[in-house]
Design a protein around this ligand. Structure first.
Ligand code: TLP
Length: 345
């Protein structure tokens, strides 16, 4: 069956143009720094995000972990959100492999961390306690609903952190979605950060890869961390070629995914048993709960939808996540609303 797949934007397959570029890519051994296509992707990424250097990594998870390992020593502490992807869904890599402690603060509804709560969490100079070293943010914020934080916030937190001798890393897996929602160049959000990871393989449709950006000295340390994690790739230019197209051609169209999410959400509001989160969708994610009226749980609904060709993300007993992306087309919106209607009415 040809499924309409709303489970995630990670399901996006490469575009025909990407496949052509991958086949034609000039390659070399990237561990020797000799892959011209990887080098081009890294330079382009650094330029876009307003940083000195970039590092191509296989996944967002490895980008975030390489960043944490490059910023922190064993026994250091990272302040991050309770709902952060790095805290919830990266298998605790920072503690498992880095010996880095985490301090989790509640996320605000837009995914941000409150500065007064960060202030209160910063450790005193005391040998009983870990050393606060890094703040990690997420923008857009996945678990908070694909919400975005503003340019002013990114500047404020960076100034706040630097005044206290701390660094800030951004998990910007979908930071181009945040930039599209705010209608600003992405560097407005990323340049105040000490480092940023963004993903090529989510809404931007590349098959594999993320890029970590920061200063030259930071990226030198992160390259060593990537090697430790087994992420030193060889002729990775075949992948980077798709990444270059992801940045050049796919970032400017993300607003379409946001619009499609809004139209889909409007259709869903009228269906009994569906209670959309307030303000959803902020970008390309729709979150909702099933009420008693639905008379079924999220996994039961997901199974029924699958039987008629629609895949959705189950995010809790009664909670569903839908993510729009390049391969979710205009026609699919009506088909999706009709499918929900058929099952829930
Ligand atoms: N998110 C995936 C799942 O892991 C939940 C998804 O379907 O949304 N940061 C953020 C904010 C992410 O959403 C993800 C992936 C990552 C990092 C990790 O990226 P990968 O999967 O490339 O390691």
């Amino acid at each position: 069956m040809n499924y309409i797949d709303l489970r995630s934007d990670t399901v996006t397959k490469p575009t025909p143009e990407m496949r052509e570029a991958m086949a034609a890519a000039e390659v070399g051994d990237d561990v020797y720094g000799e892959d011209p296509t990887v080098n081009r992707l890294q330079e382009l990424s650094a330029e876009k995000t307003g940083h000195e250097a970039g590092l191509f990594v296989p996944t967002g998870t490895m980008g975030n972990l390489s960043a944490i390992l490059a910023h922190c020593q064993r026994g250091d502490e990272v302040i991050l959100g309770k709902s952060a992807h790095t805290y919830l869904y990266e298998a605790g890599g920072l503690s498992v492999l880095g010996g880095v402690h985490s301090c989790q603060l509640p996320n605000q509804p837009d995914g941000s961390l409150a500065l007064d709560e960060i202030e209160a969490a910063i450790r005193p100079d005391d040998p009983h306690q870990p050393i606060t070293r890094l703040i990690t943010l997420e923008n857009t914020h996945n678990h908070c609903g694909g919400t975005f934080q503003t340019v002013a916030y990114m500047h404020n937190i960076s100034e706040f952190a630097h005044a206290r001798g701390l660094k800030v890393h951004l998990d910007g897996a979908r930071v181009f979605n945040a930039a599209a929602a705010l209608n600003v160049a992405v560097n407005k959000l990323t340049s105040p950060m000490d480092s940023v990871t963004f993903c090529l393989s989510k809404g931007l449709s590349a098959p594999v890869g993320s890029v970590l950006c920061g200063s030259k000295t930071f990226i030198d340390r992160a390259r060593r961390a990537r090697k430790i994690l087994g992420g030193g790739m060889r002729q990775a230019g075949v992948l980077a070629a798709a990444g270059i197209i992801a940045i050049d051609k796919m970032t400017s169209r993300l607003g379409e995914d946001h619009l499609r999410a809004r139209v889909l959400a409007e259709g869903l509001t009228k269906i009994p048993g569906i209670e959309l989160d307030e303000g959803t969708p902020a970008t390309n994610m729709i979150f909702f709960n099933l009420t008693d009226e639905a008379n079924m749980l999220a996994n039961q609904l997901a199974k029924k939808l699958k039987d008629i060709g629609i895949l959705v993300g189950v995010d809790g007993e009664r909670r569903i996540r839908l993510v729009t992306h390049f391969w979710y087309k205009e026609d699919d919106v009506d088909k999706t609303v009709n499918a929900f209607n058929t099952i829930l009415k």
